[in-house]
Write a protein that binds this ligand. Sequence first.
Ligand SMILES: NC(=O)c1ccc[n+]([C@@H]2O[C@H](COP(=O)([O-])OP(=O)(O)OC[C@H]3O[C@@H](n4cnc5c(N)ncnc54)[C@H](OP(=O)(O)O)[C@@H]3O)[C@@H](O)[C@H]2O)c1
Length: 252
Amino acid sequence: MSITKFAVAGATGRLGRHVVDILTERGHRVVPMSRATGVDVITGEGLAEALTGAEVIIDVASWHSSDQDAATEFFRTSARNLQEYGQKAEVAQITMASIIGVDKATAGFLAAKKVHEELLLSGPIPVRILRAAQFHEFVGQLLEWQQGDVAYIPALPTQLVACRTVAEELVDLALDSAAPAPGTPVPEIAGPRQETMAEAARLLGARRGIEVVGVDGSGMPDAEIAAAGGFLPGPHAKLAGPTFEEWLDTRP
Ligand SMILES: NC(=O)c1ccc[n+]([C@@H]2O[C@H](COP(=O)([O-])OP(=O)(O)OC[C@H]3O[C@@H](n4cnc5c(N)ncnc54)[C@H](OP(=O)(O)O)[C@@H]3O)[C@@H](O)[C@H]2O)c1
């Protein structure tokens, strides 16, 4: 197996740390990029140095809140910088993590991710995209955003997937040099079980002493599309465990 040098944008995040672990376990060279490692994909600080000699960028950097305008601005700038600095460094490929449903989204964070995909694809370096379902690890963040002993979580269908599972698939895609055949749908990865976000949050809430109340999600961006299952994985999606409950049982 040949050894590839990867630069991972968002290396310290929920997904990014698994990407770094898997690349390292497989013997590849990894440059972790995040503000914590002195690399800023927005200001460009440290980016040229980090990309020197890199063959592939894996882009899993993210904006920290669901605000559509702020997230769009973040992804617009990061996409432009990764393409520009990457081209100068002669990077051969960018692989990015996106979210299942961005093609149907009209608002909110998913719409910002749609812009992220489009702008990365419009640059000179070839781009591979993996769309993932919401992460098991995201459920805890939903509870933390609300604070207090009661959390109101949308009872909208989802098919949660573990970050480690997504990271494995993302690394496989980044190492796949064969261009996809024309018309091939964007690859998707999701967990094996459909449930509502409120059901999953209830399992975690029970461990943390938080009562979870399921709500209908009205007021959320594209709630009607979500309620109709529009953001669930398509028929071509790869489904892989663990389920949310199995994953939770492995947590300390
Ligand atoms: N969360 C989900 O359920 C979900 C589902 C499907 C797909 N995705 C996608 O997966 C990707 C990763 O999501 P995540 O949940 O792992 O994100 P996350 O935990 O919020 O991590 C974000 C990462 O981006 C880095 N970052 C933020 N601003 C930066 C900047 N200016 N320059 C360099 N690095 C910066 C952060 O590190 P520093 O703070 O140190 O800079 C961190 O490493 C995103 O593209 C997201 O849209 C997420």
